[in-house]
Design a protein around this ligand. Sequence first.
Ligand code: DAH
Length: 339
Amino acid sequence: MKEQLEDIRRQAQAELSAASTKQELETLRVKYLGKKGELTAILKQMGKLSPEERPIIGQLANEVRESITALLESSQAEIKQKERNAKLASEKLDVTLPGKKHVLGNKHPLSIVLDDIKEIFVGMGFDIVDGPEVEYDYYNFEALNIPKNHPARDTQDTFYINENIVLRTQTSPVQIRVMEKQKPPIRIISPGRVYRSDSVDATHSPLFHQIEGLVVDKGITFADLKGTLETFVKRLYGEDSVVRFRPHHFPFTEPSAEVDVQCFNCRGEGCRLCKNEGWIEILGCGMVHPKVLANCNIDPEVYTGFALGLGLERVAMRRYNIDDMRLFYDNDVRFLSQF
Ligand code: DAH
């Protein structure tokens, strides 16, 4: 029996040290220590032993059990460690791998310029208001002193929805909507889309953007208009910009003017950018016509005002030296990612 026990111990040691998985260990545990295991089988025969032999064999059997148990535990720990190492190795993070680049979007150049313009006017105390793009003929023309059959209508090829409703050809109708609702003092700008039935080329598009400005209060003069616009132009194009006011005509302002900035490329010498003129036209403006004030129930004997209208695409084309307006609307990321 003693030898049997020693055999079991030796065999178990050999088999356990050869085991390499948890599964194998479990099979060995059942084989040696389980209820139907080899050691149990021997212990069951203890009854046959003499009273002197019993404690000796019993002690030996316990020793064998303990040594097998100890070996099982250490093998278990070893296998667990190996599995852990294998897992760690397979899940290793290579911190030297280059990361995946995220493609960042860009602000559209028109949005960049619009945001700059808004910031300048907001800095001078203007509010930003919105108006409808589908507009009554009354607001787009009539109330702005452009009655039916007025020649100014011909210069703005209009999309008519019906006889009384148009796609607005300018942002000026927002002036009327604001003056109808709000008592002076009024100081607003209104940026937005406008529509004209023009065919597409490098400088024309049936949809483009304007920014309207309007100031109405007691005692507003042309000097306020000049001061405001000079400040605006210097903030937009730089402190050393030179501004010129040229007489012009708009039905809704009297007197009216167009504003040019001296070409910042050639400083007035004449170059490709300014088409050899030395000056670049950037906006239309004037003192709000008394009839327009009266149309909105604002007494022209008490109040005066000035207005201005600016083409956003033009400003952006000048700023970025873009020679074809269509680039703004193509949304080619190779173009857009340059700004
Ligand atoms: N609405 C004019 C246009 O589309 C631009 C304009 C000129 C607006 C003079 C104004 C202004 O408010 O005073 O051509």
